[in-house]
Structures are given as C-alpha cells and as structure tokens.
Design a protein around this ligand. Structure first.
Ligand code: GUN
Ligand code: FE
Length: 428
C-alpha cells in the first residue's frame, strides 16, 4: 500500500487536547504513522503539498438514508408521518436494484465531496445489496443495513415484511457484508421506528444484535404525531418502550430524539444509548429543536447526520454543523455552543456514537487515515491571520473548500474530483 506524506498543513487534530499545529502527517498502509512539525519520512510514494491548507479528520455522519438521495425535492410542506406515507414510502417501494445503486452512489459522491468519510446509513426494505456494492466500490467507510418494517397497514405492499423474513434477510446481509472492505464496512440492524415494527421484530433485533455484536440504528421521538402513535399502541413513550423490551443498550443509536421526557433522558444516559442530531431535517420537516446542549452536558454521546437527502435537500456536514449551532443560539443565546463543540460532534462525537472512537474521529498516530484537506481561499490572501480555526471551519468553510479526501489511507478525492464515484455514475 502507498505511503503518503501530507506536508506543511495546519493540522486540527481534534484529539483530547484539541492540539492544532503546522506540520506533517505520514500515512502508511491505512494508518497515521507519524506526525509533527517536521516528519522525516524517507522515501514515500506520494507527497501532498498542503501549504496553506487545513487538515482535519473526515466528518462522521451518524444518520443517512443513501436510498433516498434520488428523492430530493419532494414534499416540501409535509410533516413526518404524511411525508412518509404520501411520498417516501411509495418512492422506496418503487426502487429497483439499479436505482438503489445509483441513489447510493450519488449520495456517496456528495458526502465525500463535502468531507464526510464515515456514515451510519439506513437503506430500504429491498435491494440493500446494491447499496453495499456502491459503498464497497466508492471507498467510503459505512455502517449500513436494510430497513426493517413488519407493521402498519398504510405501508405500500412492496415494503410490507414478514417478521421472520425481515430478520433472516438482515442476517443474510450481515453475514455477507459485516467486516468487508478491509473492515471498512459494517452491518447495523435498522428497525425503521417503533411505529413500523412489531414487538416480535424488535425482540429479534435485540437478540441478533447481541449475538453478532453489531449496532442497532432506528428513529425515535422525532415528531409529536409519531410519539402519540407509539403511546396509543404500546402504552409507553418511545425510549421507555425500547428499554422495556431490552433494546436500550450502548449499541442503540436513536436518530432525532427531539422530544424526550426526563425518564427517557435518564434511560438514555444510564444505558449508554447514543443519539444522532439531524438539524436540517428537523427544521425542514418542522419536527422541532433537539436539546443538544443539555444532552451533551449529561454526558450523552450525540453525533450529527443529514438524514436522507429529501429531508433537508443535501448531505453536507458543513451546513449541518452551522444549523446545529444556529438553532441553539437562537433558542438559548449566543454562548450556548461554541464552534469547537460543534466540530467535535461532527468528528470525534460521531466516532463515539458508532463505537469507533479508537479507530477514527481524530488525527492521531495509530488511527485510521480518514482525513480531509480544506483549501481556504482567504488563508492564501492573509496567511498569518490569527483566526479561531474552529470558528473558521464551522461558520465559514463550505463543501467547495474540500480539496482532498482520504479514507482508510486511500485518496478518494483529489483536487476536488471524486475519482472512484464520478466515473461510475451513468444516469440515462
Ligand atoms: N422515521 C421513520 N422513517 C423515517 C425516514 O425515512 N426519515 C425520517 N426523517 N424519519 C423517519
Ligand atoms: Fe431518517
């Protein structure tokens, strides 16, 4: 494998000390081998001259639906349940093997172009194999799985599942894909949300996820209508119900979790459940404003995810970071969340949510080389400026500033061109 020396970058490590320095990072195989003001690497395969550029960990997005990328621009004025019934489920039901592949490839291209190197993804009921194929070919790091939904009469026929088959299809995919791509690909069980799952299915997911040691990815407490449906049917609020059936454990990742009561927050905290904040989606579907500062203060791991493309119209972590900060500032005042906290959520925070904090999320020796290099125009014009780098990246950088992206030691985007993805997408 290639050795790559990234030379003379401003390195934002996002390590415990939040160390920032100007210098070199050496990648050998898929790992960060050395770093410092000057690394004497000897002969290397590649030198990337990063003078005037900023190196930081690739973003970790903890809630994505690659299968929805093709559905962008639908249903701007609906709230969650109507939006699912009228738009998203019929579209998911219309998917084919090819369309899931193209949807995934388009999404991955966009994610990589905007600096995201790892995702937690939820697919649809069928054709998840195509998404895994796209993940494998593109080089992105991903946890993914087929969505599971064996309950609900208003679901299109193509998405209605038999409980046993849903569990068996998931296990078949897990056995084929978990650990593939040099460990870059993992399986995660994806029961869609309580509304569309029987108790039997959720108990099956509980047991199988423990048996295989994998994550469980679901939506919970996103919308008041959804919460009312769960309470009417199961007699409990979402998180209380998930705890009641033994799913509230450190491998459970809840997307949105906007409307949590005190008991639900206590369960999440005590059981080590993880949360994904989806600011763009929460605004566009008018779902609400999550209590992110409070959750972080309570020691709960909170990552950020764009959700599906139709939820907020893009998959861009730069936008999601800004929205995370803006929403809280408007609600609580300007000092509620600093830029460093937000960038931490987008990198190490996400890694912690996925249980990958030893592997990714920071620029440190021994970590996997998942990195992005930003080329910030004003840095060339005024290189000695003494800006707060966190504020600069969170509030001013855009996806157009992403110059190079490296995942698992492989350059997947160079000089703003996503190599592995762009040449493969052929839409008629
Ligand atoms: N809840 C259940 N399914 C979905 C989905 O596809 N998107 C969002 N935002 N919430 C959901
Ligand atoms: Fe979602």
């Amino acid at each position: 494998m290639e050795t790559i020396l990234i030379h003379n970058a401003v390195v934002m490590t996002m390590n415990e000390q939040d160390h920032i320095f100007t210098g070199d990072v050496l990648i050998e195989n898929n790992q960060i081998k050395q770093m410092g003001e000057r690394v004497d690497a000897g002969a290397v395969d590649r030198i990337i001259d990063a003078a005037g550029k900023v190196l930081l960990p690739g973003f970790v997005q903890t809630h994505i639906h690659l299968c929805q990328t093709l559905f962008r621009g639908r249903a701007d004025d609906l709230s969650l349940i109507e939006w699912l019934k009228e738009k998203i489920w019929p579209l998911e039901a219309a998917h084919s093997e090819d369309s899931v592949y193209y949807s995934a490839m388009l999404g991955i291209g966009e994610l990589i172009r905007s600096g995201t190197t790892t995702i937690l993804d939820m697919e649809t009921v069928q054709y998840t194999e195509s998404a895994f194929q796209a993940i494998k070919e593109s080089g992105i790091r991903a946890l993914s799985g087929k969505v599971m939904m064996d309950h609900g009469s208003e679901v299109p026929l193509a998405l209605q599942e038999n409980t046993e088959k849903s569990l068996q299809d998931s296990v078949d995919l897990l056995e084929k894909w978990h650990g593939a791509g040099n460990g870059r690909i993992q399986y995660a069980f994806c029961p869609r949300f309580v509304v569309s799952c029987t108790e039997e299915l959720l108990i099956g997911v509980r047991d199988l996820s423990a048996e295989y040691g994998v994550m469980v990815h679901t939506h919970a407490s996103e919308n008041l209508g959804e919460i009312a449906m769960v309470e009417a049917e199961r007699g409990m609020r979402n998180v209380v119900y998930l705890d009641h059936i033994g799913l509230a454990k450190p491998n459970l990742i809840l997307a949105h979790s906007i409307w949590l009561d005190d008991e639900e927050k206590r369960i999440i905290r005590e059981r080590g459940v993880k949360i994904t904040h989806c600011p763009g989606s929460n605004l566009k579907l008018a779902s609400g404003i999550a209590e992110v500062p409070l959750l972080l203060e309570q020691g709960i791991d909170v990552g950020i995810g764009a959700d599906g493309a139709p939820c907020n119209n893009n998959l861009d972590m730069f936008q999601e970071m800004r929205l995370t900060a803006y929403m809280q500032k408007v609600k609580h005042g300007p000092t509620i969340m600093n830029a460093r906290t937000v960038l931490r959520m987008a990198t190490m925070g996400g890694a912690r949510v996925l249980g990958l904090e030893q592997q990714i999320g920071s620029v440190e020796i021994g970590k996997l080389a998942d990195l992005q290099l930003l080329d910030l125009e004003d840095f060339h014009v005024y290189p000695s400026f003494d800006a707060d780098w966190y504020s600069r990246v969170v509030y001013a950088a855009t996806r157009g500033d992403v110059d190079t992206v490296i995942i698992d030691g492989q350059i997947v985007m160079e000089s703003k061109i996503v190599k592995t993805v762009d040449k493969k997408i052929v839409l008629k």
